[in-house]
Write a protein that binds this ligand. Structure first.
Ligand SMILES: Cc1cc2nc3c(=O)[nH]c(=O)nc-3n(C[C@H](O)[C@H](O)[C@H](O)COP(=O)(O)OP(=O)(O)OC[C@H]3O[C@@H](n4cnc5c(N)ncnc54)[C@H](O)[C@@H]3O)c2cc1C
Length: 578
């Protein structure tokens, strides 16, 4: 008698379907409520359309390919001439064209009311798809205020910076339908302390763009070197000054001698080329006053810091959605993961963090929409370092926990399909660049010195007075702590407390009571552990999770595990472990 052996080793089941073809905006209740809170009645049709596009499988494939096939540097052509060009995968250019087409780099400078807020929401949505391409997009957005320091250049470049057409070719700006810009501050011997910059600028002549200098030196980090121009810092006799440095020179249309030495081999942010460069007597034009370069370029830094807060909030939302999608479909110990009490605690806790980050980041963006308001200008100054510090500080911890919701699958890249792994590698970056955590906390102290911050903060928090006893205790003490000005060693704690108070006040006004109460109980009343998943037992986990679900209701999902494979247990882990 012969025994027949099936050639099939196993059936694949209980592996969740990926999260794809969904609308990133209409499925994001927290974002919709935060947008309406800051701009009641705002028409969000464009955001909904953009959200649908970004959720498609085609766009997800472009994001995967742009990160898998990383940029390649070509320093010379085959005849030995310097060309200093970076070649990208075609999907990178599709992503860039999509971001530029949506106005993520320049729309607020030409569009009407709430333009920064609308752009901020769209920027967050795009981050959920692919954050690395947003580096040149963010710098192109951020450069506009600083570039006003040279009116001749601003008149010619700002319209192109706001154009919705993307042209990747390296050629004279006036031959292009749209341009992008980057920035160069960091040198080998100092990044946070740019006063250590050694790059030299020597005056050459005056021309149509103002005072032209020759730049000799280097930059240790120089992201997106295929941008059409950069704002950089260099030393003159008057001190550190800000310069406009184009890649292609007006006149003979020659390449400005900016030598790309190599591309950085980075942990994440793979689709974006970050380079090291040398300037070999490159031509650059003064922007702003000679000797006041730090103040000038910091106008750009303020806006890129906003984008760090927005970017991390977007990444949190994406990681949360992937975790919710997975936990809704995957079963273990007889139940879907999303039904397991302890997993509910983890997911609800992540949802609170994500919603609080969204609320704070969009509140900050709103402050950029009303330059004439004194309150908004104090909020802009105060909440920029606070949001950049706190939201980005929470990002990596968040990504690790969201990844763990997927178990081993979360740690696997598989040709770029493991999006959670990409998010995890990306997360620390927003906390480091544009001023790392300590620099942000110290910048908060500088902000406190400049304006009547205590009174403005009290006004901002007033709507939530009496809503939660722990929040009341925190809020009562804050204006005095702000007025007294913390010492340097206390700066991180102050930044954290201001962030938490503002987040709670925002959630009180824009989120359901169960979200606000759970946030205050955990983050402010101290009824919380050191890890995610430690909310109090009385928390309304289902309400918080349902609000955060990317597609449908958490109960709408059905287990992918055939009933015959389920083994119901009451105390899952302990009873099934030998
Ligand atoms: C992928 C990537 C791309 C980048 N792209 C660009 C770019 O395009 N252009 C550009 O100019 N830069 C760029 N940077 C550089 C980035 O902005 C800097 O790395 C960052 O600002 C920190 O500077 P640093 O690396 O010199 O660190 P340092 O300045 O040496 O700081 C190291 C640590 O010390 C802390 N620290 C510094 N001073 C103090 C203090 N007084 N008190 C307490 N703590 C302090 C900092 O918070 C930080 O944690 C990029 C960086 C990365 C990783």
């Amino acid at each position: 008698m012969t025994h027949e052996v099936s050639p099939m080793t196993h059936e694949v089941f209980n592996q969740p379907a990926p999260l794809v073809n969904y609308n990133l905006f209409t499925s994001n209740r927290a974002m919709q409520d935060a947008v309406q809170f800051n701009a009641p009645g705002l028409d969000v049709a464009e955001l909904a359309e953009f959200g649908a596009l970004l959720g498609t499988s085609a766009m997800q494939t472009h994001a995967r390919l742009a990160n898998l096939h990383t940029p390649q540097l070509h320093t010379h052509d085959r005849s030995g001439h310097r060309i200093d060009q970076v070649e990208f995968h075609p999907s990178y250019h599709v992503l860039m064209a999509t971001a530029v087409g949506a106005g993520l780099h320049g729309a607020p400078w030409t569009n009407g009311p709430h333009a920064h807020l609308r752009r901020a929401a769209a920027f967050m949505l795009f981050t959920e798809l692919e954050p690395a391409t947003l580096c040149p997009i963010s710098m192109s957005y951020a450069v506009a205020p600083a570039l006003q320091g040279n009116t001749a250049i601003a008149a010619q470049w700002l319209p192109l910076l706001a154009s919705r057409q993307y042209d990747p070719e390296l050629k004279l700006f006036s031959r292009k339908p749209g341009v992008t810009m980057g920035m160069g501050m960091t040198e080998k011997q100092g990044g946070s302390d740019v006063r250590a910059n050694t790059t030299q600028a020597v005056f050459e002549a005056d021309d149509a763009w103002g005072r032209r200098f020759r730049i000799t030196g280097h930059k240790w980090f120089f992201s997106a070197p295929m941008c059409d121009a950069f704002l950089i810092l260099a030393q003159t006799a008057a001190g550190l000054s800000c310069f406009f440095l184009p890649r292609v020179l007006p006149g003979d249309e020659a390449l400005n001698p900016i030598r790309i030495q190599r591309l950085k081999d980075k942990l994440g942010n793979k689709a974006n080329a970050s380079s090291e460069v040398e300037f070999h007597s490159a031509s650059a034009w003064l922007v702003g006053e000679e000797g006041r370069g730090i103040q000038q370029i910091l106008e750009m830094g303020v806006m890129t810091r906003l984008d760090c807060a927005l970017g991390t909030s977007g990444l949190m939302r994406q990681a949360l959605c992937i975790a919710l999608n997975h936990a809704s479909q995957r079963s273990a110990f007889g139940k879907r993961l999303i039904e397991q009490p302890l997993m509910k605690n983890v997911l609800a806790d992540l949802a609170l963090e994500s919603e609080a980050a969204t609320a704070l980041a969009l509140r900050l963006a709103h402050a950029f929409d009303d330059p004439a308001s004194t309150h908004e200008s104090v909020m802009r100054r105060l909440l920029t370092p606070v949001s950049k510090y706190w939201i980005c500080k929470r990002g990596s911890h968040f990504a690790q926990e969201a990844m763990e919701c997927l178990g081993g699958n979360g740690y696997v890249e598989e040709g770029g399909e493991g999006i959670m792994a990409r998010i995890y590698r990306e997360m620390p970056l927003n906390s480091i660049w544009e001023g790392a955590g300590n620099i942000m906390a110290l910048d908060l102290l500088r902000a406190l010195r400049k304006a009547d911050v205590g009174a403005a903060l009290a006004q901002e928090l007033a709507p939530a007075r009496g809503a939660h006893p722990a929040l009341d205790r925190l809020v009562t003490g804050l204006p005095a702590r702000v007025e007294d000005m913390a010492t340097e060693v206390e700066a991180r704690r102050l930044a954290q407390d201001v962030a938490l108070a503002v987040q709670a006040a925002l959630l009180f006004q824009s989120a359901p009571a169960e979200v606000f109460n759970a946030f205050c109980d955990s983050r402010i009343a101290g009824n919380w552990g050191q890890a995610f998943g430690t909310l109090a037992a009385h928390t309304d986990f289902d309400a918080i999770i349902d609000r955060a679900m990317p597609t449908g209701h958490s109960h709408d999902y059905t287990s992918l595990t055939p009933a015959s494979h389920l083994t119901p247990t009451t105390t899952p882990f302990l009873e099934s472990t030998p």
